[in-house]
Design a protein around this ligand. Structure first.
Ligand code: CUA
Length: 310
């Protein structure tokens, strides 16, 4: 994903908030950083002064100073931060939302559903700009954690419990999300993209995303579709509008629209797709998908078909 795809110019950064929740978190972070930085500098200055004093001059600042700076001041600072972080937590409560997205964590990818729109996709979330979106989270296996630093804090995804969260962005663009809970070998390569679109553009996307997959219309694509079933790709993947309906791996209905393959592992190009299908273990060791042994002509036909899934 090229960096200029993102609105802020930063793919993944909590210091470049794009929405109201992330702005509150960034503000809290900066206030803590600056206040504690100043306190640290003053403490170091006093330490330096104290070290330069002779032993006989040690009590130069008096008991009152010790009482104030050792008890009163720290208490005020800690209580102040407590109140401030509580008000931040209140501001981060789930606001009323119009749209719900369901995200299910798998080792190591993200299943994305729009329950009110009959859409199932993977590793990429589309949302409209300028409104909060509810994100319902759960996991199909171990604990994962949903985190898009530009849009909000993080929220755990649990196997036996649904957690509710929200994201919102005032800017259009693409932001990177990352699993934030260690979940096994490829935890680091469990990423996703959030594409924030103009509301009208998002409505068009919803229309398109719920349609069945494009029909195979060239001889290569037609043969590729046969290979998809012969090579048993359909044992794990679904393609809407075909017989393939398995939910072990990501839904491939509109695969060609995704920015990356393997949940943020590599950009979604035909070459990378070839490498991924031939041997996913080389790109993401430990992933559930096995290598495939498909004769070259059939292999190219399969790629023709997969890249046609727009
Ligand atoms: Cu999923 Cu770490």
């Amino acid at each position: 994903m090229p960096p200029d795809e993102t609105a802020s110019g930063h793919i993944q950064s909590m210091l470049h908030p794009a929405g109201p929740a992330a702005e509150r978190i960034a503000e809290l972070w900066w206030v803590l950083f600056v206040t504690l930085g100043v306190i640290f500098a003053v403490v170091m200055l006093l330490l330096w002064i104290a070290l330069r004093k002779k032993r006989s001059e040690h009590a130069f600042l008096g008991n009152r100073f010790v009482l104030f700076s050792g008890v009163v001041f720290p208490t005020l600072v800690v209580v102040g931060f407590l109140l401030y972080s509580l008000t931040t937590s209140l501001a981060l409560r789930l606001p009323p939302t119009r749209l719900t997205v369901e995200v299910i964590g798998h080792q190591w990818w993200w299943e994305v559903r729009y329950p009110d729109h009959d859409i199932i996709t993977a590793n990429m979330i589309h949302i409209p700009a300028g409104e909060p979106v509810r994100v319902r989270l759960r996991s199909a296996d171990v604990i994962h954690s949903f985190w898009v630093p530009n849009l909000n804090g993080k929220m755990d995804m649990l196997p036996d419990h649904t957690t509710n969260f929200w994201i919102a962005s005032d800017k259009t663009g693409v932001f990177r999300g990352q699993c934030a809970e260690y979940c096994g070998l490829q935890h680091a390569l469990m990423a996703f993209s959030v594409k924030v679109m103009e509301p009208a553009e998002f409505e068009l996307w919803l229309e398109k995303a719920r349609t069945p997959a494009a029909e195979a219309d060239t001889p290569g694509e037609t043969r590729g579709k046969e290979v998809f079933f012969e090579a048993k790709c359909s044992s794990c993947h679904a393609i809407k509008g075909t017989e393939a309906a398995a939910r072990i791996g990501p839904d491939l209905t509109h695969l060609a629209d995704r920015l990356t393959l393997g949940a943020g592992t590599v950009p979604n190009t035909r070459g990378n797709l070839a490498g991924w299908v031939a041997n996913p273990q080389a790109l993401k060791p430990g992933v559930l998908m096995p290598p495939s042994y498909i004769p070259p002509e059939d292999f190219h036909a399969l790629l023709d078909y997969l890249v046609s899934l727009k």
